[in-house]
Design a protein around this ligand. Structure first.
Ligand code: BES
Ligand code: ZN
Ligand code: ZN
Length: 494
């Protein structure tokens, strides 16, 4: 598929995306006049609610045309434009042939935000997603998916370089997000830690970042004891994936470190999870996915930043060799940890990765992402990630970016009163309070210990937003949460 900005188009299918505001009736009557249909009928049929779609046929100068009206709702912003187009393409892909035009010249100058072109391109590309990765009976894909589909975005400003850049960002971001959908939706038997490492190596080669893989022997030699303890029950070897992107010849770039939880399957270990929704724990590498995707995208866009990504990866499984509740382990930092619940494994592997990041890279800013707790879902549902940081400026920056791009975060406290929850009688720390309260906060307090008082660290608990209900599937599925948020953050710093 190709998407271009054009001043005109010969496409037989034209799409208008309209905002539900006081200009709607005027816009509809202009469209009605242009295609010689009754304005009153259009106004009756189409209210521009978000994701509403209405179509009609027309004959303009002897050419048959089909017109789609897509609603953007009242509070149209980047996120609403994106999801309206993603949904439109996903719903109508078999009906729109191989060539469509999206006429955005109807948006007044005031409304035409440059970023909306990014949102349209991103939404259209994502709307082509097919989750049926392992189906053997591949239905014949519609021509818009299988053929050389063409999308013309119509605007008199087609040559504008800022619009061109926005278009490029939307497409490039979606390409990586689609690859990440596949990765997160893949089941545990098709994405082992070793396979995640291979994914990173291949992406690094293709897009230009360095990858170093620490295998089990390396981890033993370096004594990443917390990661190794989680891995004990698994027959798949653990890895620490270390990625580094640095544009050639550049000095004094902002240095950002990203860390992502890469549990490729979480059974809970000896503190085993109930079976009902256990299959969803194939998505317990959603943090890793955000980091892998951001590395790929930032390198692809050639952004001016020194970016380091670290992904600790293992399964959390049940075996005679598994770590048991009550066991005491020694982490990479040298701190001892009493394991109260083997299902609180994410904070363990992250603690070693955070120590590794601080020790080897000393980043200016450090952000970790993890599908860490059920508690954050109880708190925020599926609407936002939980954000934990002691740095107000970082908090405000990321909060604002989250609203703008639709990957929302909500700030949670990191007060020291919650520290008691993770103090142990026998070891330096314990990995769980044993109480069914404030679970997301005590998990964050646990991670904080390993940052060694880093002044610009942020933890995002993405358990509720990485794998949720969406239009691509009947069950919960991957959202690629974090790639957009983190790449926008990197852009804002570069
Ligand atoms: N991977 C889970 C958290 C999770 C739950 C992610 C639901 C996505 C959806 C994590 O490893 C876990 O099991 N956390 C426990 C911690 C508890 C034992 C302290 C939890 O939240 O119940
Ligand atoms: Zn767990
Ligand atoms: Zn987990």
């Amino acid at each position: 598929m190709t998407i271009h900005l054009q001043t005109e188009s010969s496409a037989p299918i034209i799409v208008y995306a309209l905002i539900k505001d006081d200009t709607l009736s005027k816009q509809l009557s202009n469209i009605a006049k242009q295609y010689k249909v009754a304005a009153a009928l259009l106004e009756n049929d189409f209210k521009a609610a978000h994701k509403e779609v209405v179509s009609f046929y027309a004959n303009k100068k002897g050419e048959e045309q089909k017109i789609y009206l897509v609603g953007l709702g009242e509070k149209a912003g980047f996120a609403e434009v994106l999801s309206a187009f993603r949904s439109f393409i996903f719903q109508k892909k078999s009906k729109i042939g191989a060539h469509i035009a999206i006429d955005i010249s109807v948006w007044s100058k005031k409304n035409l935000e440059i970023k909306w072109v990014d949102a349209i391109a991103n939404g259209i590309t994502l709307g082509r997603y097919d989750i049926g990765l392992y189906k053997t009976d591949k239905k014949e894909a519609p021509i818009f998916i299988s053929g050389d589909a063409k999308v013309d975005i119509l605007t008199p400003l087609a040559k504008d370089s800022q619009l061109q850049a926005a278009l490029n960002q939307g497409i490039r971001t979606a390409e990586t997000q689609l690859r990440i959908f596949d990765l997160v939706n893949a089941p545990g038997n098709k994405k082992t830690p070793t396979q995640l490492a291979k994914w990173a190596e291949k992406s690094g080669k293709e897009y230009g970042f360095k990858t170093t893989i620490l295998d089990k022997k390396d981890l033993e030699k370096e004594k990443l004891g917390a990661l190794l303890s989680v891995n004990r029950g698994s027959s798949e070897e653990p890895v620490l994936i270390v990625m580094e992107y640095k544009p050639k010849g550049e000095k004094n770039l902002p240095k950002i470190g990203l860390i992502g939880k890469g549990v490729t399957f979480d059974t809970g270990g000896i503190s085993i999870k109930p079976s009902t929704n256990m299959h969803q724990m194939k998505s317990d590498m959603g943090g890793a996915a955000a980091v892998l995707g951001t590395m790929e995208l930032v390198a692809k866009l050639g952004l001016q930043v020194h970016l380091i990504g670290i992904v600790p990866s293992t399964e959390n499984c049940v075996d005679g060799k598994s770590t048991k509740p009550g066991d005491v382990i020694t982490s990479y930092s040298g701190r001892t940890i009493e394991i109260i619940d083997t299902d609180a494994e994410g904070r363990l592997i992250l603690s070693d990765a955070i120590t590794y990041m601080v020790k080897h890279f000393e980043p200016d800013t450090m952000i970790d992402l993890a599908t860490l707790t059920g508690s954050i879902i109880a708190t925020l549902g599926f609407a936002a990630a939980g954000m934990f940081t002691n740095n107000d400026e970082l908090a405000n920056d990321v909060q604002a970016l989250g609203y703008r791009c639709g990957e929302k975060v909500w700030r949670m406290p990191l007060w020291d009163v919650y520290k008691d929850d993770i103090s142990s009688d026998v070891a330096d720390l314990r990995n769980f309070s044993g109480k069914p309260m404030a679970g997301a906060i005590s998990a964050a307090k646990f991670l904080e210990v390993f940052t060694n008082n880093h002044t610009a660290w942020m933890h995002l608990d993405i358990a509720g937003v990485a794998f949720t209900d969406g239009e691509f599937a009947n069950q919960k599925s991957a959202t690629a949460y974090g790639i957009r948020l983190l790449s926008e953050y990197v852009i804002s710093k570069s």
